[in-house]
Design a protein around this ligand. Structure first.
Ligand code: ZN
Length: 200
């Protein structure tokens, strides 16, 4: 799929928004991306995850494992299209675990799926978890890779779209300097007045 086509879907569904945002990290950005906004449409989920399923189709995958919560919709759809099991790992006392009777058997070939790889922390935890129970991680599939420095999971990372999101320290944010109202992602209302110089 062409990058332009993917971006078009992201924009039309509101998954990719332009403006002035305060991210949870405290940094400011002119773009905000919420993958769930696009995945809520089954036809787009099917389309995007189809690319991941096609990429890994001949890799003899036995089971798809996704980190909760963001990865679940992707993992399930990829598994459906690959005709294999789809399970997810979730945090239990801060540790990524397989619960609900989910298991990866020794020697099973595992594809790890995520919606967005940012630092890669959750994916790495799932990779470690799979290896700890004797599974073989054959690759990682993601809709978006927005990591700022390359991540290495010890197997191939396939992402549909590599996104470079501009972020700024509040002190040096050009949008603040323009006096553009800042928005907290996930809400449509203006969070507060621009942070002039970031000093509050
Ligand atoms: Zn700003």
């Amino acid at each position: 799929m062409e990058k332009e086509k993917i971006l078009e879907i992201f924009k039309s569904t509101g998954a990719l928004q332009h403006g002035h945002f305060r991210l949870t990290s405290g940094l400011h950005s002119s773009e905000y991306f919420q993958c769930a906004k696009v995945l809520q449409y089954p036809q787009y989920n099917e389309l995007l995850c189809g690319e991941i399923a096609r990429h890994f189709f001949d890799w003899k995958v036995d089971v798809v494992v996704a980190p909760a919560i963001g990865g679940i919709m992707v993992g399930q759809e990829v598994a459906r299209q690959m005709r294999v099991r789809g399970i997810f790992a979730e945090r239990e006392d801060k540790t990524m675990s397989l619960r609900r009777g989910f298991e990866v058997k020794k020697g099973e070939r595992v594809l790890v799926c995520e919606d967005v790889v940012t630092t890669g922390g959750s994916v790495q935890e799932v990779v470690d978890l799979v290896k700890a129970v004797g599974g073989v991680v054959v690759g990682v599939g993601s809709i978006v890779d927005r990591s700022r420095s390359p991540v290495n999971f010890g197997s191939q990372l396939f992402a549909l779209l590599k996104m470079e999101v501009p972020v700024y320290e509040p002190d040096s944010c050009p949008l603040c300097k323009e006096g553009m109202p800042i928005v907290k992602p996930g809400s449509r209302k203006v969070a507060d007045t621009p942070e002039a110089g970031g000093k509050r």
